[in-house]
Write a protein that binds this ligand. Structure first.
Ligand code: SAH
Ligand code: SF4
Length: 358
């Protein structure tokens, strides 16, 4: 429920409107996991609430820990689906990567999630609960660490699940609740043009990342079939019109596939396409997995590609694979568990972890 939903729920059940906000704050600000913790409500109200509503909707099934400190959580939905969310430590901060769907319908040829197909959308609660469970897992692992950034780059295409994703953004950024800073949240999309136009009109303003992954339509048609519907020209036109906040840039993601899109001529085409954009390019060397036959380019080829982009004026960043030993890196999320250490589950005692550093 958004805050407004909680208030409407209170009224519909014969309580004063403020009760909705009271309960909502317990859940989203104070991290309550049961109505019994809501000490400023009478025992009778708590009982009535417990009969009508539940808090949280995912169960933590497994945490795998990578040798680089990345933690991949496998979470179960009430109807038995597995989804994944990843906690990625970056110096003293942690970025959490969350899923928006069970599987994905977009069918990018290099992505393991694509091979699952789309099972269903996650609802807003299931998206939000990944963050709250992530906080608890992190608090157990390293009590001083905080989740500082949130990226919608896990399983699924966020803009295919537009309404629930926008609701989850509203819930997570509400300053009466979890208080996540909008500028620390990034939504990544394969480029659904009509939904990009819609997102640009929302009051909630996350950062935008777009998976470009190819220097031209011929290659993009091949690796991202969605390009046959919305090609690079249409995508870039929509992005040109996208209203950016001050001092913000669009991030383009570019998965580097050996022999497919990694030549210097490809870099030159990318630089030409993006000339004039307020943007940066994240170069992601392909993360291998059994479902696709692409190869990661050699470190020398990756460096040459990046240097050429830089020489041509593009601001580029190389994404070092994180958590690839536990299939937690970009494009490897497919509900596999490869036998690396599984952490036994424990219930956290004591107060919930504080909100992330903004
Ligand atoms: N569906 C959204 C967000 C999830 S995918 C999107 O496509 O943008 C997150 C990122 O992982 C995308 O940029 C995608 O191109 C990248 N990716 C997918 N498979 C990959 C792989 N095998 N290696 C490296 N990056 C991959
Ligand atoms: Fe879906 Fe993104 Fe994977 Fe493409 S890269 S199949 S859009 S999750």
């Amino acid at each position: 429920m958004t805050l407004e939903d909680a208030e409407a729920f209170a009224v519909a059940n014969g309580w004063p409107r403020f009760r909705g906000e009271q309960v909502w704050r317990w859940v989203h600000d104070k991290g309550a996991r049961s109505f019994d913790e809501m000490t400023n409500l009478s025992p009778r109200t708590r009982e009535e609430l417990a009969a009508k509503a539940t808090i949280g909707c995912l169960t933590l099934a497994e945490v795998q820990v990578s040798s680089d400190g990345t933690r991949k959580m496998r979470l179960l939905t009430r109807d038995g689906y597995s989804i994944e969310s990843v906690l990625i430590p970056v110096e003293h901060k942690v970025t959490q990567c969350i899923s928006s769907q069970v599987g994905c319908a977009v069918d990018c040829q290099f992505c393991a999630t694509a091979k699952l197909g789309l099972k269903r959308n996650l609802d807003a609660g299931e998206i939000v609960d990944q963050v709250y469970i992530g906080r608890r897992v992190l608090a157990e692992a390293s009590p001083d660490a905080r989740i500082s950034n949130l990226v919608y780059m896990g399983m699924g295409e966020p803009l295919h699940n537009y309404d629930n994703v926008v609701r989850s953004l509203r819930i997570l950024t509400n300053d009466k609740g979890a208080k996540l800073a909008q500028r620390r949240i990034t939504v990544s999309t394969s480029g659904l043009v009509p939904k990009l136009e819609k997102l640009g009109k929302e009051t909630v303003r996350p950062n935008l990342a777009v998976s470009l992954n190819a220097p031209n339509d011929a290659v993009r048609d091949m690796v991202m079939p969605i390009n046959r519907k919305w090609n690079i020209g249409k995508l870039l036109a929509a992005l040109k019109a996208y209203p950016l906040e001050q001092r913000r840039r669009i991030t383009f993601e570019y998965v580097l596939l050996a022999g497919v899109n990694d030549s210097l001529a490809d870099a030159a085409q990318v630089a030409k396409l993006l000339r004039g954009f307020k943007c940066k390019v994240n170069i992601i060397p392909y993360n291998p997995h059994p479902e696709a036959e692409y190869q990661r380019p050699s470190p020398a080829a990756v460096e040459a590609f990046q240097n050429e982009c830089k020489r041509l004026g593009l601001s580029t960043y190389l994404r070092i694979p994180r958590g690839d030993d536990i299939d937690a890196a970009c494009g490897q999320l497919a509900n596999r568990s490869n036998g690396s250490p599984v952490i036994p589950l424990r219930v956290r005692k004591g107060p919930p972890p504080p909100p992330p550093v903004e």
